[in-house]
Design a protein around this ligand. Structure first.
Ligand SMILES: Nc1ncnc2c1ncn2[C@@H]1O[C@H](COP(=O)(O)OP(=O)(O)O)[C@@H](O)[C@H]1O
Ligand SMILES: [Mg+2]
Length: 253
């Protein structure tokens, strides 16, 4: 569904990504794995129209795309939920969902009723059981994550990027999140999932991509890989685990 080829990104003096490939497939969850500073967030920001200045090409359903801004990427069906969430705490749930995309009546007034109605449908879909008029600052972090997903669903998202969505949520909130991700893949959406947590990667994800120091290290189906292999690919060295020696397949390059 979404392909990135030969992506290179430099920030004054720092090469954050060097010739990186990525393929996000419809109905699949792809885990983007790498240590801190590996370039995961930078790559996701290129896919979603946050960073506009890079080398390489993006293809959506086989066609080359160039985004001018995040709105452009959203219109193409790509939404990102940033590690540092992007909601306005003083506004309500419904106001956040429709921010910049307000529904108006024929006379040009805000159509509060219609926005309330549609907000309820979206909240139901992400199993977020709060009043749409609650202020976002009164929601828990996990609830804010779900609200971000609801927002993305308003936009008819085909590709949903989640940057470390469970880093600050409880186990039960994470469980809800996983159920929703499963539902979204059933609808054919492609998910990019950034996480450090190996148990999540192995239970949630279909494919993996490993980055290290801005370089593409390997990719493939999760089924064909062991936890030790991923850790070794991330770290770039043999990591001593308290385990007997096992044959490790070679890294792809
Ligand atoms: N806006 C920025 N300006 C300068 N350097 C950046 C910026 N964003 C990221 N970097 C650098 O790019 C590299 C990759 O960062 P990042 O993509 O955030 O890694 P990750 O998400 O894998 O932890 C790091 O060296 C980081 O310091
Ligand atoms: Mg990051």
């Amino acid at each position: 569904m979404l392909e990135a080829k030969n992506i290179t990104k430099r920030f004054a003096g720092v090469t954050a990504l060097k010739d990186v490939q990525l393929h996000l497939k419809a109905g699949k969850v792809t885990s983007i794995i790498g240590e801190n500073g590996a370039g995961k967030s930078t790559l996701m920001k290129i896919l979603s129209g946050v960073h506009l200045d890079y080398e390489g090409d993006l293809y959506m359903d086989g066609e080359k795309v160039v985004f001018k801004n995040t709105r452009d990427a959203q219109d193409a069906g790509i939404s990102i939920i940033h590690q540092e969430l992007n909601l306005l705490p003083q506004l309500t749930v419904v106001e956040n969902i429709f921010l910049g995309r307000e529904i108006k009546t024929l006379l040009g007034f805000l159509d509060e009723r219609e926005m309330q109605r549609r907000a309820k449908v979206l909240l139901e879909k992400v199993q977020l059981r709060v009043d749409p008029n609650t202020k976002v600052k009164d929601l828990k972090v996990g609830e804010q994550q779900l609200l971000e997903i609801a927002k993305a669903l308003l936009l008819d998202t085909k590709v949903l990027i989640m940057d470390e969505p469970t880093s600050a949520v409880s186990d039960s909130e994470a469980e809800i999140l996983f159920n929703i991700i499963k539902e979204l893949t059933k609808e054919g959406k492609a998910i990019a999932y950034i996480s450090h947590k190996m148990n999540e990667i192995f239970t949630m994800c279909d494919d993996y991509v490993v980055l290290r120091d801005g370089q593409f290290i390997g990719a493939g189906p999760i089924q064909g890989v062991k936890e030790d292999d991923l850790i070794k690919m991330m770290a770039g060295r043999e990591v001593k685990l308290h385990r007997h020696n096992e044959d490790v397949p070679r890294e792809q390059s």
